[in-house]
Design a protein around this ligand. Sequence first.
Ligand code: AMP
Ligand code: DBH
Length: 580
Amino acid sequence: MSARFSGPGVEAVSPAAASSASPASAASSASSASPASPLWPTWPAEFAERYRAAGWWRGETFGGMLRERAAAHPERIAIVDGERRWTYRELDERADRLAAGLLARGIAKGDRVVLQLPNVAEFFAIVFALFRIGALPVFALPAHRETEIGYFCAFTKAVAYVIPDVSEGFDHRVLASKVRAEVPSLAHILVVGDPGEHTALADLERDPVEITDPPGPDELAFLQLSGGSTGVPKLIPRTHDDYIYSLRGSNEICAVDADSVYLCALPAAHNFPLSSPGTLGALYAGARVVLCPRPTPDVAFALIERERVTITGVVPPLALAWTEAAQRGDFDPSRLSSLRVLLVGGAKFSEEAARRITPTLGCTLQQVFGMAEGLVNYTRLDDPDEIVVTSQGRPISPDDEIRIVDDADVDLPDGETGHLLTRGPYTIRGYWNAPEHNASSFTADGFYRTGDVVRRLPTGHLVVEGRAKDQINRGGEKVAAEEVENHLLAHPSVHDAAVVAVPDAYLGERTCAYVILRAGAEPLKPVAIRRFVRERGLAGYKVPDHVEFVETFPYTGVGKVSKKDLRAAIAAGLAEHAGR
Ligand code: AMP
Ligand code: DBH
């Protein structure tokens, strides 16, 4: 194993331990509060029983759900990708044929498969094929590069990596060859398009076979990624039952039904467009999913018009770009007349921008504040306008437990601002194979520490006031400060580094790396630092937007870099600039 990809815990999971992380063992020992498996802490039995009794968990699986929809309305269109239109029958059959192909290659239940596809129809064929056999997709983002992909493959001991040939000018096959050379478990590279030296996904298809050991509803369906605040991204284990509940709840709140048309404008693998209500919510409802290759107003608006899209979701910077485009005189807003709902989330949406949505785009705004770990909040379609533009919504479920606490975990009086902790029927009880992180990211009684700082209105709606986690939210793209700092520290001239957020009118926040050079090191230009990070194979959005060289950092009483003071210094610097 290459040292490059080894983060904490890379060696910690043996293949045997990984496959024993079955929910059967989880369920049988779940009566104690202790995690059922160090790989996958799950809900204690009394909670699982409650969630079943309440009707949240209904014993559904993704494989079964697609089969049912395909049987109920085989000729309805499920997926639109450019000129390709797949019916539910076709999607169901493709999933079966790919499932047979995966099994024929020895890919089986419990195996991890890193998936990195742009918004193409094949994403859904392979995802449902994996769901059917119980292999676990690991949802990488299109922007991830060698460092992230290598880590996901090594850490999960993935057996396969699914890629496009070339996407946005980047040849994923070259990256795949490099990763395969370093990760022994990685036996299969499956390519949508021209496979080069690898295997074409299309060649995998076989006549369907009976799947003898399909996953149950309480078993894992996939591993989602956390934006995180630690050195390497953490993996989020989601079950069929819990995730499907979040889809059903989201559909109800966003009024998604069989006649809806959902435009997938963000990268399909991200939790927001996947589940809030997203593509999987739409497919659960028997609705139509339209894949948007690029979320720019010209491309998205043309698709909304052509496909009569009724609902979509975007991050705040895109919402700004869309309203600006719609306000320009050359655009006739009646072209968007089919659009009923625009969901905006992933980062805080400013009240001022929120007020512009309905007048310019003619649809209802729904704010959504969610996380791949679980909890999702929505403003409701019948909420008063003031609530919709000033809050980030309230939870999906009556069983979502919300605590707002001070630094000592003491509950605050209602209306005060504090740390958001949550527990509920679709919020994980721990990250996958991360016992140490779990000890700090969850309370002893299973509440997830979101790292978000919020205030609750008397109506139950949450207002996001800030963040306690060491993360930069770059217009919905999360950057873990520590991860980037570790890469900066690998530079031979860098003595210390601290990455913080700086305010940005468009993205909300950008990243700034404060760097102290080693004594006697040659002076460096910011561009050299940025290039260094990029060349280490990191996703482009993690490359610092700004680099500032400084002599020293403000330190806290215990000698840690004080990010708070650094941020204050930035704010002071900005104010000084503005005053000039
Ligand atoms: P992740 O845990 O990587 O899925 O990212 C979820 C995080 O994104 C949340 O914990 C928030 O910090 C942030 N987030 C998502 N939606 C919103 C929103 N509407 N307003 C503010 N922050 C948000
Ligand atoms: O930012 C997120 O992770 C997010 C935002 C909105 C999310 O996971 C979701 C809705 O489900």
